[in-house]
Ligand binder design. Structure first.
Ligand code: NDP
Length: 450
């Protein structure tokens, strides 16, 4: 493995980023991870330093913070904090999901917006990077409470959105129900039916077939490319997936369709282990339709072991798919996976592995699929949804899925090409960072200092 030198310019920018964002360690972690791999570019492209591209890229173009007041079912007035980070618009309108989760803060938004910028670049499509959300916890809220919250949230955010300006979608805690309420309020406030202002919409009102499945399916298409390139197979392999939400569900679905055995998944309540394979239809109904947890699934399905409060990483597997949340897989988890013989880890969630976990995988020569490449299928199909909206078209599931596969293959090829040229052939982390960065950097140089 080639030695990664910390170039003086990279060290200097990292110092500035740490100072400027000292209360946001999660953002600093994301920046460190990317900048740490860009060293080999600096000699070939001196303009990166002379135009101070890295410092410019690490500062979001615009950040919004706003109050979201709403009334709960018993008449109490509640207040949450809303956010939108408009990180980079050099490749197109800001594009990235909304997350409703109690742990949301500006640092989380900035880390996600930063990652999104490179991810969107890797898709090759015309979309910039953004992310938003609120510290609102949908857990235990009634439909009416969620609706009132979404309406209040959109009453502030709508003035910053537009199909050519900023286009949100879903993320953790924001699914079809929330997108419906948000879009309904946007339409009411603007008096326009601007379908392209939001993606992840319902199929009957401007949504794209296969958007719901796209992130998870894309993760597996990417993993499959890595496996084939390294002489391995999905068929018959033993897999584990963390999470039981949107990304996890459709990762499980596609793994099973391609012949893998998914023996465990998890959520905040704990882990379910099912040697015969997870029953996708039952799990989907529990998670998606009933908004319940894997402990409920374990109570409904025969032959399932429920490990309360435990992580999934202790379950032996060939391939592991972290699909829940950031920093969910730490150094100890990584060591456990390695000692149990894992051969590949493919990130479905954004930044799920800590830097220490990644170091363990690097040391053990485990193949790692980085999130910004592997989970880019969701935003790619969001861009296809915008394309369908703009042309007043509706494509079939198969057409969208075929385009998704083509895009995931192209992302993989970009990662391989950049890894090969600037790092080592299987360093897909460096490949994704460099591939995503180069396209953004070229556009920034064309635009001058703006
Ligand atoms: P969901 O809210 O649909 O699902 C999240 C799942 O993760 C839930 O099962 C949740 O459990 C579980 N979870 C959350 N925190 C923890 C934790 N600390 N420990 C164990 N389980 C946990 O979100 P998504 O599936 O949409 O998103 C998952 C990840 O994928 C996020 O990182 C997101 O940014 C990323 N992503 C999502 C995309 C999309 O299209 N949706 C696109 C690209 C990336 P519980 O319900 O019990 O809280």
């Amino acid at each position: 493995m080639k030695h990664r030198r910390a170039h003086p310019y990279i060290r200097q920018v990292l110092e500035i980023v740490k100072k400027r964002n000292h209360s946001e360690p999660i953002f600093i972690q994301a920046v460190q991870e990317v900048l740490g791999t860009l060293g080999p570019l600096l000699e070939e492209h001196p303009e990166i330093e002379s135009q101070n591209l890295l410092e410019r890229l690490c500062e979001p173009e615009r950040q919004l913070i706003f109050r979201v007041p709403w009334k709960d079912d018993v008449g109490n007035v509640r207040v949450n904090r809303g956010f939108r980070t408009e990180f980079s618009s050099v490749l197109g309108p800001y594009k990235g999901g909304l997350r409703f989760h109690p742990a949301v803060n500006m640092g989380v938004m900035k880390f996600l917006g930063f990652e999104q910028t490179f991810k969107n670049s890797l898709t090759g499509l015309s979309i910039g990077g953004g992310k938003g959300g609120a510290d609102f916890d949908p857990e235990g809220k009634s439909d009416d409470e969620v609706m009132r919250f979404c309406q209040s949230f959109m009453s502030e955010l709508f003035r910053h959105l537009g199909p050519r300006r900023d286009v949100p979608a879903g993320d953790m805690g924001v699914g079809a129900r929330e997108i419906g309420y948000l879009f309904g309020q946007y339409k009411r406030l603007t008096n326009q039916y601007e379908m392209g202002v939001m993606t992840g919409k319902g199929i009957g009102w401007g949504g794209s077939l296969a958007r719901k499945e796209a992130t998870g399916f894309g993760v597996v298409y990417f993993a499959n490319s890595m496996l084939e390139t390294n002489g391995l197979r999905l068929d018959g392999a033993r897999c584990i997936v963390s999470g039981a939400g949107n990304v996890a569900l459709y990762t499980i679905r596609k793994l099973q369709q391609l012949g893998a055995q998914v023996v465990a998944c998890s959520d905040i309540t704990g882990t379910v282990v099912q040697e015969s394979g997870i029953d996708f239809d039952r799990l989907r109904a529990v998670s998606e339709d009933e908004r319940k947890h894997v402990d409920t699934y374990a109570g409904l399905v025969h032959g399932v072991e429920f490990r309360e409060g435990r992580k999934v990483w202790e379950v032996p597997c060939d391939y592991a798919f972290p699909c829940a949340t950031q920093n969910e897989l730490d150094e100890d988890d990584a060591k456990k996976l390695v000692s149990n013989g894992v051969k590949l880890v493919c990130e479905g969630a954004n930044m799920p592995c800590t830097p220490e976990a990644l170091a363990v995988f690097r040391e053990a020569d485990i193949i790692v699929g980085p999130a910004k490449a592997a989970n880019a299928g969701g935003v790619a199909v969001s861009a296809l949804e915008m394309q369908q909206n703009a042309g007043l078209e509706r494509w079939t599931f198969q057409e969208v899925d075929e385009q998704l596969q083509t895009i995931m293959k192209s992302i993989f090829n970009t990662c391989v090409h950049c890894a090969d040229k600037y790092a080592t052939p299987t360093d897909y982390i460096a490949g994704a960072n460099i591939g995503g960065f180069l396209r953004v950097a070229q556009a920034m140089l064309s635009f001058g200092v703006v």
